[in-house]
Design a protein around this ligand. Structure first.
Ligand code: WT7
Length: 629
């Protein structure tokens, strides 16, 4: 129990939760606040390094921070080889269920073996340290194997979410200059096949750097295999080149591990770069304390490996902790809304980590579906991606967690690599708040000039000190890295979110203050949607904004100006929606498109989305002095 009484609706951890938890709140916060660098160093010592560091943090060239300077390691070695040398070799690393009911599982031994074999295949295809490899698949074990195989040989993986489409994939292939693409023939979603290979074929016509395409058979439907370019994964894995040789390269702690594209304020998606050493320490430590990983746990992060949540908390974090993870391929309500609850009972899941949009989606079907199953194995719940509305929080807490399971509302970003503002099981909770910064993290809410605002006032959320799993740069664009994150307030990392801090020091994230739209927790940029619209022959100009949506959090609304000669019609609006889905992906499909005669612009010609949004919401648009007549 906290000594001080907290204000508002508060849920204190039970005695059982407190006694069982890895993290003892007071001592962790105390240690880390005294000396954050020493805290991270002590955690790093739990992992294997083939060469020790000479310095933990090098901040001589801000904001290009370096962590574990001079050290050598390999994150994949820490994920697999370390466990294979212990009694964990027979422990399940991954339990997988396909949407069609198929089942597979991998012990640490098996996952290590498959990863080594695939790393050998990649090497035999000429993939070298530093080369980029793009992966484009659904939620299947081969995605994990592919990522780890790249990491073993020091290649840089770039996973493109399987819900993205032609242009999004093309852009990412081209920007990363990928040599190899690993793709599945298709994936199952809601009983239908998503034609991943077909989409990739179209994207490859626009991208010239890819030499080889490795195709994982998942759906087994008829696809095109291009002679001399496309090869079956299962065939290569049966050749003598796919031997079990260790196939491992120790790399510098700062060696790039992966690129992950995310939407920013303007222009095309940017490739966030993470490295082996710091990212490993950050994901290992946060998962251990926040989701309180114990040896016997079965942990399920229901995100997609194609997003940062999956990278950090399906692939790397759980394996670094030697945990047993569960992965499910399909939609939560397929074939019926019982699917998730059925699997929790069937596999005895202890920890469930998901997004508010999924909770709201399942809540809508009523309590009878979860109540039909025994959810007693659950011990901890989690939420990520957008603010969780208190109503969904309470439902999750009562109906799923039976008022026993604390909810870890984790605030973080692709850029941060790990949880930043989050409770631990020992933290008293307030529905809708991510509570406090993780030990070692210094966050604040500031005004236009970078000064802290008063309690409960809204301001910009910033991070004031470096952390090990921070992004290192934007691939090929260091200036953009500096401008985007570090230029508004020198020395502070700008998150792009607004927030307030209450009288107890609890953080309440409000939402994005830039041109990023969070749709069902997915991050999309107005620029991507607009450029997809403008690539249609009928469209002269377009503007996209996010408006509140009950289920999705936000939905995309677009305003389109037609070229002369094109007539406004329902058919055209439909065609434009389809066009965006085809180019960017179904997740980016606009909810609503309005054909307009003009768009509000500044005198310099920039579209004022703020004005469109205010009009749509019927609120005051604020300062209009720059608006063109
Ligand atoms: C943005 C980052 C990091 C995992 C998935 C999202 C929003 C994320 C929360 C939360 C309120 C949240 C923020 C952030 N966000 N988690 N618990 N409460 N907002 O990663 O795609 O890089 O998006 O998601 O707006 O800036 P991402």
């Amino acid at each position: 129990m906290a000594e001080k009484k907290l204000s508002g609706e508060v849920y204190y951890p039970s005695k059982e939760v407190l006694e069982y938890a890895n993290a003892k709140c007071e001592s962790l916060y105390e240690f880390a606040s005294k000396d954050p660098v020493a805290f991270w160093e002590s955690e790093a010592k739990n992992l294997y390094w083939s060469k020790p560091w000479t310095k933990v943090l090098d901040d001589s060239n801000k904001p290009f921070y370096k962590w574990f300077v001079g050290a050598e390691t390999n994150i994949a070695y820490n994920c697999l080889d370390v466990h294979v040398k212990t009694a964990r070799r027979n422990k399940l690393a991954l339990i997988w269920e396909g949407e069609n009911g198929e089942f597979r599982s991998f012990s640490y031994f098996a996952l290590h073996r498959e990863t080594c074999r695939f790393a050998n295949v990649l090497r035999s295809l000429g993939v070298k340290k530093g080369d980029r490899v793009t992966l484009y698949m659904g939620r299947i074990p081969e995605l994990m194997i592919g990522m780890l195989a790249c990491a073993r040989i020091g290649a840089i993986h770039s996973v493109v979410y399987g819900g993205f489409s032609v242009e999004a994939l093309h852009e990412r292939l081209e920007d990363s200059q990928s040599k190899v693409l690993i793709v599945a023939d298709g994936s199952f979603q809601r009983g239908k096949i998503v034609e991943l290979k077909k989409i990739a074929d179209e994207a490859l016509q626009r991208a010239a750097t890819v030499e080889s395409v490795l195709v994982v058979k998942r759906t087994g439907h008829q696809i095109n295999m291009e002679f001399g370019r496309d090869m079956w994964y299962h065939e290569l894995m049966n050749l003598p080149i796919a031997n079990n040789n260790e196939c491992l390269e120790m790399v510098d702690a700062e060696h790039p591990l992966f690129l992950l594209y995310t939407s920013g304020t303007t222009g095309k998606p940017k490739a966030i770069l993470h490295t082996h050493g710091g990212y490993m320490v950050g994901t290992y430590t946060t998962l251990k304390y926040v989701f309180d990983i114990h040896e016997e746990d079965r942990y399920w992060c229901a995100a997609d490996p194609g997003w940062i949540t999956g990278h950090s908390y399906i692939v790397y974090g759980p394996l670094l902790n030697g945990a047993t993870s569960f992965m499910y391929e399909g939609a939560p309500n397929y074939p019926y809304p019982h699917r998730w609850w059925q699997m929790i009972e069937k596999y005895g899941i202890n920890i469930l980590y998901t997004a508010p949009t999924a909770i709201r989606g399942l809540m809508r079907f009523g309590d009878a579906w979860p109540n039909r199953y025994n959810l007693a194995s659950l011990r901890l719940l989690g939420s990520v991606g957008e603010p969780i509305n208190p109503e969904a929080w309470r439902w999750y807490y009562k109906v799923i967690g039976k008022e026993r399971c604390p909810i870890m509302d984790t605030w973080w970003q692709t850029e941060t690599g790990m949880f930043m503002i989050t409770p631990m099981p020992c933290t008293p909770l307030k529905p809708g708040s991510g509570t406090k910064p993780f030990p070692g993290i210094v966050a604040d809410v500031v005004d236009e000039n970078g000064n802290p605002v008063k309690p409960n006032e809204e301001g910009y959320l910033v991070i004031k000190t470096p952390w090990p799993s921070m992004l290192r740069t934007i691939w090929n664009d260091p200036d953009r890295y500096v401008n985007q994150y570090w230029s508004k307030y020198p020395g502070m990392y700008m998150t792009g979110d607004s927030a307030r801090k209450d009288e107890d020091g609890y953080f309440w994230v409000i939402g994005r203050v830039d041109d990023v739209i969070k749709v069902s927790g997915y991050r999309l940029g107005t620029a991507e949607i607009e450029s997809a619209l403008v690539s249609h022959p009928a469209v002269a100009e377009a503007a996209a904004i996010g408006l509140p949506h009950e289920l999705k959090g936000n939905a995309i609304h677009c305003f389109v100006l037609l070229k002369t000669g094109y007539e406004k019609s329902d058919k055209l609006v439909d065609e434009l929606k389809q066009h965006v889905a085809h180019e960017v992906g179904p997740i980016a499909k606009p909810e609503h498109i309005e054909i307009v005669d003009s768009l509000p612009k500044t005198r310099s010609g920039k579209i004022m989305r703020r004005v469109l949004k205010a009009r749509a919401l019927g609120i005051d648009p604020g300062n209009l002095s720059t608006l063109e007549e």
